[in-house]
Design a protein around this ligand. Structure first.
Ligand SMILES: [Zn+2]
Length: 87
């Protein structure tokens, strides 16, 4: 009863943590580190970025929506780790 959204949030909270924007410094750019063609947003990296095509296919398959991509927490962490973006 009304617990679904809370459960979803608990499951997703590590993801939200991962996507916390890094503190801005003068040399940082919001552009995607992989392709430099678009802003680095979860939607871009997980669904659209051509710079991480290989890694995304290997760890996440071909998610068509953000919830689908976020549903595979293990794959997501492996994907991020492979990119070296978990610093
Ligand atoms: Zn990109």
């Amino acid at each position: 009863m009304g617990g679904r959204s809370k459960a979803w949030f608990r499951q997703a909270s590590p993801i939200i943590f991962i996507f916390q924007p890094a503190p801005l410094s003068s040399s940082d750019s919001p552009l995607c580190r992989a392709c430099m063609e678009a802003n680095e947003t979860p939607t871009h990296v997980l669904l659209q970025c051509r710079g991480v095509d290989e890694q995304r296919a290997a760890y996440l398959g071909s998610p068509v929506s953000l919830p689908e991509a976020l549903g595979d927490l293990g794959g997501l962490l492996s994907f991020w780790s492979e990119l070296g973006w978990l610093e």
